[in-house]
Ligand binder design. Structure first.
Ligand code: SF4
Length: 438
């Protein structure tokens, strides 16, 4: 049995490779390998792919960088956005050349990220269908998990699944007309990073689920259950990837990495420190500050966390209460002090803020930006991106059949008029000025 796995390119207004790897997809690859499949793998977002050598941009010191990109025509509903729309990642002509060299597979799996990136997914499926006629294509990932009907009706895939591994196994059973069962728990499988010819970083999820349910966040719709991989197993994975694949930069993409800290992150970091691994750790997802105490702050520093990014989202107390119970202003203030006391400098502590939440006024966001800067940290301002099925999606009174292109955080402000779009531009400028003035 042979499977081809493809992670498609992306269409967006902006995109940067910030430790972006399809972790769940690589676990599915591991599952297929355990089931006896031979694998071919193309990650169209792999900046280090040998076929992209001539098109590669420079890495930053931690192995991240800009994707190769080309300006393309905007879809009609995005015409008013005064920015270039681009395809990021491998150009289709290189992809076509690569798949021509591949032995015809028995199944093809296509992964997907953000709902509003579906255009790249559709194109990849279309090309694969033409090259491998009659080979069943299975689509999974975040996009069909959140917009199942859209994916089923328009993607062109033969099978679409919502992220549940049992559903995926049922699809395999239908295709091969035989039973597939896995000896190990899927959650314990290790992403099959060996499929990459070269790597500059490894991204890991050491847990799934989150104890909070913020009104703007859709992760609970994908990962309902809280589960943490035993810390010694995580440690072994890190050592293995470091030694075998020569990787020094590791990013954690957990939703709640610090939850249950005494039994998970703290013992893991103690092992890392004790074994003097001397690695760099990154947290592109905001950490939950509420779990950081003095001991954990020190462990983060000693273990090699480069920058601590904290999810704050707003400093408005009413908004905090209405959207989440994950943080409040006294806690964030206390945690920033703890981090500074153990040696993180101001430019290595970052706060994520959201703008454009339903009902949030321009003035409220401006206040949040100013008071977040006054806390003495760098601020990353993120535009709110509506996620179907969340409380804020309902609060925003968005129709269920809204084209997922509108979910794009670069685009959504325009949904409420071009005036809004310009106001948001000003807020970003203000935040940028405050960041560089320190
Ligand atoms: S804490 Fe983060 S991952 Fe958890 S629900 Fe809130 S936004 Fe989502």
């Amino acid at each position: 049995m042979r499977a081809l796995l493809v992670n498609p390119w992306i269409y967006d207004f902006a995109c940067f490779d910030l430790f972006s790897k399809p972790i769940g997809f690589l676990k599915v690859a591991c599952l297929l390998k355990e089931l006896g499949f031979k694998l071919d793998y193309i990650d169209c977002l792999d900046r280090l792919h040998p076929a992209m050598k001539k098109l590669k941009s420079k890495d930053n010191p931690f192995g991240c960088g800009n994707y190769y990109n080309e300006v393309v025509e905007k879809p009609d509903i995005l015409k008013e956005i005064p920015r270039y729309y681009k395809r990021y990642g491998m150009p289709p002509y290189i992809f076509r050349e690569l798949i021509k060299k591949i032995e015809t597979p028995d199944i093809i799996l296509v992964s997907s990220g953000m709902t509003y990136w579906y255009k790249g997914v559709f194109e990849v499926i279309d090309i694969l269908k033409k090259e491998f006629k009659n080979v069943p294509i299975i689509l999974g990932g975040i996009y069909p998990s959140l917009c199942f009907e859209h994916a089923k009706n328009f993607s062109g895939a033969d099978f679409v699944f919502k992220g549940k591994i049992d559903d995926f196994l049922s699809i395999l059973e239908k295709i091969f007309n035989k039973k597939f069962s896995l000896d190990r728990d899927f959650k314990k499988l290790i992403p099959l990073y060996e499929l990459y010819p070269k790597l500059s970083y490894i991204s890991l999820r050491t847990s799934s689920g989150c104890p909070f349910k913020c009104s703007y966040c859709g992760w609970h719709l994908i990962d309902e259950e809280i589960y943490q991989v035993f810390y010694e197993e995580v440690f072994k994975q890190i050592v293995y990837f470091h030694k075998k694949l020569k990787v020094k930069n590791f990013a954690f993409y957990d939703d709640a990495l610090l939850y249950n800290a005494d039994k998970h992150i703290k013992p893991l970091l103690k092992l890392i420190i004790k074994n003097k691994l001397n690695l760099n750790f990154h947290t592109p997802n905001g950490l939950n500050a509420i779990f950081i105490d003095e001991e954990l702050a020190l462990l983060l520093k000693k273990a090699g966390f480069v920058e601590v990014r904290l999810g704050l989202e707003t400093t408005n107390p009413q908004r905090q209460k209405a959207t989440s119970i994950k943080i409040d202003n006294p806690t964030i203030k206390k945690v920033i002090k703890l981090l500074k006391d153990v040696g993180f400098s101001q430019d290595k502590i970052a706060l994520y803020l959201l703008m454009g939440l339903p009902g949030q006024s321009f003035e409220e966001i401006e206040d949040s930006i100013i008071s977040a800067h006054n806390l003495g940290a760098k601020v990353y301002l993120e535009e709110y991106s509506p996620v179907p099925g969340t409380l804020d999606y309902k609060r925003a009174k968005l129709p269920n059949d809204l084209d997922p292109l509108w979910h794009n955080n670069s685009v959504f402000p325009l949904f409420k008029g071009s005036d809004n779009y310009l106001k948001f531009r000003k807020l970003k400028d203000l935040n940028h000025k405050l960041n560089i003035s320190r």
